[in-house]
Design a protein around this ligand. Structure first.
Ligand code: C5P
Length: 238
């Protein structure tokens, strides 16, 4: 398949800024320069000043994904999402509970913020689902919750690269982002990720955006690794 003329692999790579301080994040962003345009800020950096840093990144023209996995009462979710939208963020995760998703959709109204739903955490197996009181299994719950998320106006699903094909087969259309962590360049250390997929295989399998943390953040040469991943993404499109 020939990539579209305006295809930019950087649109598909989020670097996870899982770093202890804003100072560390600033240094990495400066090192990566124009090589990386999309960043994810999660609990670690977010609770250490990272929300303000994300606002600065967005103002500087970067695409910012707050991975805060929100879940609370309606009013709290709606107002929290409105604050995130006001900060200029582009993406935000919420847990895929109907009331939470409806409140999030209401909270981002009128903004550019896209909402991503977390269906079943990829660290859960069927025993964890049963322990939490779910009647289904991972294989039945992930597509069912994803379909519900899309029906409620959510823009994308966070999932394992091993789930993307099943989600597309379950009717999750191409206009819905499938955002996949657990990505490792060929030969890289998997760390604590149990099931890893290369950038090329993830894109070929239907992922639209990849989240990569430690292979880049812990690299001796982060620019080299990021470029290798971007080349792999481009190869998947070629
Ligand atoms: O360092 P690594 O590439 O493993 O980082 C993956 C990132 O994606 C982390 O920020 C992690 O919290 C996030 N993530 C994940 N698995 C999920 C959801 C999010 O690894 N199911």
């Amino acid at each position: 398949m020939t990539p579209p003329a305006n295809f930019d692999p950087r649109e598909k790579l989020f670097v996870a800024l899982d770093l202890p301080s804003v100072n560390d994040a600033e240094k990495l962003v400066a090192t990566l320069g124009d090589t990386v345009s999309h960043y994810k800020i999660g609990y670690r950096l977010g609770y250490a000043g990272g929300l303000g840093f994300g606002r600065e990144l967005a103002a500087a023209g970067k695409t910012v994904f707050f991975d805060l996995k929100l879940h609370d009462i309606d009013n709290t979710v709606r107002e929290g999402v409105a604050s995130i939208a006001e900060a200029g963020a582009h993406f935000l995760t919420v847990h895929a509970y109907p009331q939470t998703m409806r409140a999030a959709v209401a909270g981002r109204e009128g903004s550019r913020l896209k909402l991503l739903a977390v269906t079943i955490l990829t660290s859960w197996n069927d025993v964890d689902c049963a322990e939490a009181g779910y009647a289904g299994t991972v294989a039945t719950l992930v597509p069912a919750k994803a379909q519900q998320a899309v029906a409620l106006g959510i823009d994308g699903i966070v999932c394992s690269a091993m789930e993307t094909q099943a989600l597309r087969a379950a009717g999750i259309r191409e206009n819905i982002d499938l955002v996949t962590p657990g990505i490792r360049p060929a030969g890289a250390d998997a760390g604590d990720q149990k099931r890893v997929v290369t950038p090329r295989d993830a894109i070929r399998g239907g992922a639209t955006r990849l989240v990569v943390g430690r292979p880049i953040t812990a690299a001796a040469d982060p620019v080299f690794v990021a470029n290798a991943i971007l080349n792999d993404i481009a190869a998947a499109q070629g």
